[in-house]
Write a protein that binds this ligand. Sequence first.
Ligand code: MG
Ligand code: MG
Length: 270
Amino acid sequence: MIKIKTREEIEIMRESALIVSKTLGMLAKEVKPGVTTLYLDKLAEEFIRAHGAVPGFLGLYDFPNTLCMSPNSQVVHGFPTKEPLKEGDIISIDCGALKNGFYGDHAYTFAVGEIDEATKNLLDVTLESLYVGIREFKAGNRVGDVGFAIQNFTEKHGYGVVRELVGHGLGRKMHEDPEMPNYGRRGRGKKFAEGMVVAIEPMTNMGTHKIRQHADGWTITTLDNKPSAHFEHDVAIVNGKPELLSTFKYINEALGIVTDVENEFRQEII
Ligand code: MG
Ligand code: MG
């Protein structure tokens, strides 16, 4: 069942979304060659707790850490490790936080130092596909409209859209209805309405869309071991239109990115 949020609840959720946004912004300055993902995980946990929230993933379905850390060919749900990041790696960081009874859930794929052009393009296209999907998250549209838009855009660039993992409704639970696949057919699925809040999160592979699950029960890797990217925003429907609750603003400030697709999106929607 889809849980519609009141304006007040959406404002509370904005706070949770802001905490995860600031956490990733803080981490943006720390992601560099030689740093371990376990160290970044500790930084994130301290940061989230210092902001009066608790890590959203820690203990959820028995996940043992604050962040999901998925380097290179890992798609999502990787564990932080003592393995240092290397120049040319990419690292997908997924961050959850719980405050005032509501979750924030947010992800970004970072370049570690300089990365090759092909991987840079994968990151750019996946980031853009997120906003392509968010534009379709409006009252009267359906789940399939978001999925279709992301899939169509992604496949035009020759990339694979992961099928087994999807976005989701967000609220007092990390995973609420509806499921939000990054593939689909126009006009199909549940209808969007005022007050819905979802996490939209394309997971895009450079090669095949197929994945494999590791024996640890968590880590998921592309079947062809090519890189995979992941970006995620929390979005509410307010006045019939998509409104971003999370923001990559803090990451952009940390990395010195002046204009990007999020700014364009915000200008267009207002
Ligand atoms: Mg997430
Ligand atoms: Mg999510």
